[in-house]
Design a protein around this ligand. Structure first.
Ligand code: SF4
Length: 351
């Protein structure tokens, strides 16, 4: 049930069955353009495809021009309350705007933003969350999935009344079940692309788990066109977490998929440490590759045969396997380094 509509964000297509887009949000001050550019480049290297920046004031809106010139991936301006900041961000080259028409105010202001975005080919994300549900809906329904969805529909209709249809929607609650219900309802009621995520998800571990639980349910239903894993952690961790979740769902076409054994009484190398090192060093790999990290020669080669490359532990040493064939035997402390050489050769990437 991917959205029927598609939007174009710079060179990115979102919705209508296009591949899922991973996004994140900078936590730098946008007007500190050096820091923001450095962070966006770091996010991009990690696999982020769309970066959002906060635009709380005019200086931040104007900084977009400098940032835009120095980064490749499209930028989304996060605007609240002041429609003039949206106009300024569009003027300065932003590719997407996140607003909530409900908190922009009068119709004439929303119309100005819609017209400017339309003229520049800039889509708008209507971002509704638990805190921004319209007052009357809150009173009638409480902060519930139904209230969130009706609030989003109102916002979308406001834009439609202005002749604007290049929207996407997010509906975020901080609880997982509510979020899933809200997106399911929305997917039945609108054709716009859906930006999925759990708001205020938490720190790195719990935030990733809660996002994974929500994304698992939604993506298995075909709901979701772009996603952000919101974490109380450096933004790069959001990108790694998003990639990991998509890999776990077999939905990510890039990066290393690591299969590793759970260890047992036969393990004679420090496999847990080895697996951690392998995961860390391959976090930013772009090529699609399956890497096996297996503990012993009894089951390792067989279990790792499906992998492109891998290691198989012995006693203080291990084998380097490629497509199920042994290509080298090295001491334990050289296993990861040797595996990385093999992967670098196979993928042509610098690791
Ligand atoms: S691969 Fe070997 S060490 Fe790992 S769980 Fe299986 S039998 Fe145990």
């Amino acid at each position: 049930m991917a959205s029927k509509r598609q939007i174009q964000v710079g060179n990115l297509t979102i919705g209508g069955g296009a591949p899922l887009v991973i996004q994140s949000m900078c936590n730098t001050k946008t007007q500190d353009t050096d820091a923001t550019v450095a962070q966006i480049r770091e996010l991009e290297r990690a696999g982020c495809q769309l970066a959002r920046v906060a635009v709380p004031d005019l200086e931040a809106a104007q900084a977009i021009r400098t940032i835009r010139r120095q980064v490749t991936i499209p930028l989304c301006a996060d605007i609240h309350f002041d429609y003039r900041l949206a106009l300024e961000a569009v003027k300065n080259g932003v590719e997407k705007v996140r607003i909530n028409p409900g908190n922009i105010g009068e119709k004439a202001k929303v119309k100005q933003v819609a017209d400017a975005c339309k003229a520049a080919g800039v889509p708008i994300r209507v971002g509704v969350n638990g805190g921004s549900v319209d007052k009357d809906l809150r009173e009638r329904y409480g902060v519930t999935p139904e209230a969130l969805v009706i609030s989003a529909q109102r916002n979308l209709e406001q834009l439609e009344d202005c002749g604007f249809f290049d929207s996407c929607v997010s509906l975020k609650l901080s609880n997982v079940f509510g979020t899933i219900q809200a997106y399911r309802l929305m997917a039945q009621r609108c054709e716009y692309p859906l930006h999925i995520g759990v708001t205020e998800a938490g720190g790195q571990k719990m935030g990733t788990l809660r996002s994974a639980a929500a994304f698992g349910a939604l993506l298995c239903d075909g709901i979701g066109d772009t996603l952000r894993v919101s974490l109380t952690a450096p933004p790069i961790e959001e990108v790694f977490a998003a990639k990991d979740i998509l890999k776990a769902l077999d939905l990510h076409q890039q990066g290393a998929r690591i299969v590793s054994c759970p260890t047992c009484g036969r393990t004679q190398v420090d496999l847990i440490a080895l697996a951690e090192q392998v995961e860390r060093r391959l976090q930013a790999l772009q090529s699609r590759i399956t890497v096996a990290v297996m503990g012993c020669v009894v089951n390792g080669p067989g279990e790792g045969r499906e992998a492109d490359v891998g290691i198989c532990g012995g006693k203080g040493e291990g084998l380097i396997m490629r497509k199920g064939q042994m290509v080298d035997k090295v001491p334990e402390d050289q296993l990861v380094g040797r595996l990385m050489e093999e992967i670098a050769e196979m993928t042509g990437e610098r690791i």
